[in-house]
Every structure is written in C-alpha cells, then in structure tokens.
Design a protein around this ligand. Structure first.
Ligand code: G3H
Ligand code: 13P
Ligand code: ZN
Length: 284
C-alpha cells in the first residue's frame, strides 16, 4: 500500500494504548529487516532517516527504497525524517514524498523553537504530512554533563503545554532521562514528569534514545502515553555483531551477501522483539 502518515498510525495506537516502533534506516538491508519484521508481526511501523542516513545513502535512494518496500506490502508504513534540523531539509523530504517529519528545534530558545516548528507545521498541514517536534534536550549517552545540567535539559511540562498549543504539532518528543546511544548504566526515566506532561498535553508522546531502556520502563512509558518509540542503537548492535560473527567464522568469505544477509536476519529478530514489547503486534 502507499505510505501512510505518522498521525494515522499514532491515532490508532492511542486508541489501542500501544506504541508504534520507529526504526532508523541507512541502507537496503535495514529497510528489508524492518519490513520483514513488521510483516511477521503484522505490525505498523515508522521507518525513519536521520540527517546522517540521508548523507550516507542519499535522499533519493532512501525515499525510493522505502516507497518500494511500502508498495510491496500490506503493512502500513510511514516514512519520517528523524531530527530534521533545518526547514530546508524538511521541505526537501516533503517534496520527495515523506509522509512525516520531525523538526528538532530543541537546541533553540523556546520562542525560536516555536517559530521554526510553526513554519514547518504550516507547510506540512497544507500537504497532509505529520509533524513531530522536540522540547527538552535528548542528548547522547557520551555527553559529559553535570546532574544540574542534566535536570535542566529535561522537558518542563508547563512549557510543553505552551509549545503544543502554540504549534499544533502532531507528536511531541520529550526529554525524561533517555539518551541516544549505548547506556553505561541503567537509564532512569522520570515518569512523574511524563505523567505531568501527559496531563497537560493531549497528543502522542515520543520516546527517543529507547535502545537499552529496560522492558518494564518501556511498558510503563506506554501506559503513561508514549506512542512512538525510536530505536536505532540496538539495531546497529544486532547487525554489526552478527556480521562480525560471520566474518570470524568464515574469514575467507568475500561475498558481501553472505555477511549482510545474516546481519539483516539478526536485526529483524531484534525488531520483532521490540514490536512485541511495544504492543503493536497484530495492529497493522
Ligand atoms: O537520533 C539518532 C539516531 O540514532 C541517528 O543517528 O545521526 O548517527 O544517523 P545518526
Ligand atoms: P537509540 O539509538 O538510542 O535507540 O535512539 C534512537 C533515536 O532516538 C532516534 O531518533
Ligand atoms: Zn532521537
């Protein structure tokens, strides 16, 4: 089927009280792993491309591959730009046929974040594309910040209310203690903050940096209103670990398909586990 919007998927998720997995893609094998997992679990999925993915694979390649994947399956798929940082880049994605965009103005002061997000919402609305924005700063696990800096980076619930009312975004990414990359210890999520945001803001909440977050915390976050869960690092780990194993088992192998194929299969299994954890199995 043709690509669908993120809003369509998240409205159903809100109704069914589950979350949709948003998986990052960078190449054909990753897209195939995501779609095969979604088919085996009969689950809706969001396939997302970061600035880095677009730089690596090219916007035309990403768009063509994901559109081809969607057209060859009955699974509903949204194509989304992850952490879009410029108005221009987001517009290029919309023009190519992305059905959903993230505009990440989280590094900007509140008023500037609102202004940038509004600019994107105005255009996206006109062409039926969904918009995710970010409030609070979801950093990386490598960021070396103090406890007070960390607390200051978390989303202020009152600001979230102001932001959502001022922009009319379809989904909001918030900072409640997760970070991108591999965690050193176990991440502690600020569920009270999530609860407060959800009391003040009536739109689906997005959880970034979700690789390595314990299953119980993911379940609790869903219970409290998280409807889109971003996963990248755990997919990279599965792919590269399996590729390393194959190369260690067969050091003379020179056929990339014999390395990338098993890596793709390993990634697919991790995606299936995530889909089951998010409660989106059988929700396509
Ligand atoms: O948000 C971060 C994602 O994991 C994308 O990472 O910028 O290395 O593609 P990347
Ligand atoms: P992880 O790589 O930590 O799973 O984060 C993914 C993400 O948030 C993409 O936007
Ligand atoms: Zn992210």
């Amino acid at each position: 089927m043709p690509l669908v919007t993120m809003t369509e998927l998240l409205e159903k998720a809100e109704h069914g009280k589950y979350a949709v997995g948003a998986f990052n893609c960078n190449n054909m094998e990753i897209i195939q792993a995501i779609v095969a997992a979604a088919e085996e679990e009969n689950a809706p999925v969001i396939i997302q491309a970061s600035q880095g993915a677009i730089k690596y694979a090219g916007l035309d390649y990403i768009t063509a591959m994901v559109k081809t994947a969607a057209e060859n399956t009955d699974i509903p798929i949204a194509l989304h730009i992850d952490h879009g940082t410029s108005f221009e880049q987001v517009m290029r994605c919309i023009r190519r046929g992305f059905t959903s965009v993230m505009i990440d103005g989280s590094k900007l002061p509140l008023e500037e974040n609102i202004a940038l997000t509004n600019k994107v919402v105005e255009v996206a609305r006109a062409v039926g594309v969904s918009v995710e924005a970010e409030l609070g700063k979801i950093g990386g696990t490598e960021d070396d910040i103090s406890v007070s800096e960390w607390e200051a980076s978390l989303t202020d619930p009152e600001e979230a209310k102001v932001f959502v009312e001022a922009t009319g975004v379809d989904a909001l990414a918030i900072a409640i203690g997760t970070a991108h990359g591999q965690y050193k210890g176990e991440p502690k999520l600020d569920f009270d903050r999530l609860k407060r945001v959800r009391e003040l803001v009536d739109i689906p909440i997005v959880l970034h940096g979700s690789s390595g977050v314990p299953a119980d915390s993911i379940r609790k976050a869903i219970e409290l209103g998280v409807r889109k869960i971003n996963i990248d690092t755990n997919l990279r780990e599965a792919f590269v670990n399996r590729a390393r194993e194959v190369m260690a088992e067969k050091p003379d192998e020179i056929d990339p398909r014999k390395i990338l194929g098993p890596a793709r299969d390993a990634m697919k299994e991790v995606i299936k586990e995530k889909i089951r954890l998010f409660g989106s199995s059988q929700k396509a």
